[in-house]
Design a binder for this molecule. Structure first.
Ligand code: ADP
Ligand code: MG
Length: 247
């Protein structure tokens, strides 16, 4: 390996760094260890997947990473910053400016058109209207839905709704996109198309993508797959040819 490559690798910082992370819910006198001592680095410009059965703690983990839930103990670092040291407005700012979200159920507003849905995060950031429309147009073109801009979600297929959701995440210009079962409500072929789009998000837009799923198609496509069972990470494997810094 060349010196240049070594220097590059050692200077690369993880986008997400979790250290001994725990989230315990107390329910009817019982402790539920939803996330149990998870230590994990997610590296930039890769597609990382976390796979696990329903109830294994995937959504809880994503919520902790997004700063939407607070760990019982342990540390979450995003883009070099300790979430636990940030106040609520700093965490909100981080979510609005650096993170994008994609959900199984698409998370679109039913009364808004595709175009308006994509523009929502930009409105929340008070981006100037002309600039906002330019971002929205570009994002809708990128997902191939410029001709559906004025349709509402109910006038779109599941795959199209998920493309709107991807455009919404993209319009924010995020460094990190978090996806919770993004193909979970789609048939295999439509899921494949969404997956190709998610792959291009990494390849063409330089985004770091973390997707939690149990869809085998996603697992085959991801650079790194971590398996989660009962709140714990039990196994990690990299796609052939993928070199992880610091591992
Ligand atoms: P997954 O996304 O992998 O299906 P979750 O993170 O949703 O798993 O849930 C992990 C575990 O934590 C499950 O046993 C679930 O019932 C429990 N859990 C999740 N959220 C809560 C909550 N708000 N209160 C109590 N238990 C919860
Ligand atoms: Mg879940």
């Amino acid at each position: 390996m060349s010196n240049g490559h070594d220097t590059f690798s050692s200077s690369l910082e993880p986008v997400i760094s979790l250290t001994n992370l725990h989230r315990i819910y107390h329910l009817a006198g019982e402790d539920i260890h939803a996330v149990n001592d998870v230590t994990l680095d997610v590296w930039p410009h890769q597609m990382t997947a976390i796979v696990g059965r329903s109830g294994s703690g995937k959504t809880t983990l994503l919520n902790l990473i997004a700063g939407l839930d607070t760990p019982t103990r342990g540390e979450v670092r995003i883009l070099g910053r300790d979430l636990g040291q940030m106040d609520e407005s700093e965490r909100l700012h981080l979510r609005l400016t650096k993170l994008g979200f994609i959900f199984q159920s698409f998370g679109l507003m039913p009364l808004l058109s595709a175009r308006e849905n994509v523009g929502v995060p930009l409105r929340m950031r008070a981006v100037d209207p002309d600039e906002r429309e330019a971002y929205v147009q570009e994002a809708l073109e990128w997902v191939g839905l410029a001709d559906r801009a004025h349709h509402r979600p109910y006038e779109l297929s599941g795959g199209e709704q998920q493309r709107v959701a991807i455009a919404r995440a993209l319009a924010e210009g995020p460094e990190l996109v978090l996806a919770d079962e993004p193909t979970g409500q789609l048939d295999t072929r439509t899921g494949r198309r969404i997956l190709d789009l998610l792959r291009r998000l990494v390849e063409e837009r330089g985004v770091t993508l973390l997707v939690v799923t149990h869809d085998p198609q996603v697992l085959a496509e991801a650079d790194i797959v971590h398996e989660m069972r009962d709140g714990m990470l039990v196994e990690s494997r990299a796609k052939e040819g993928v070199v992880l810094p610091g591992v």
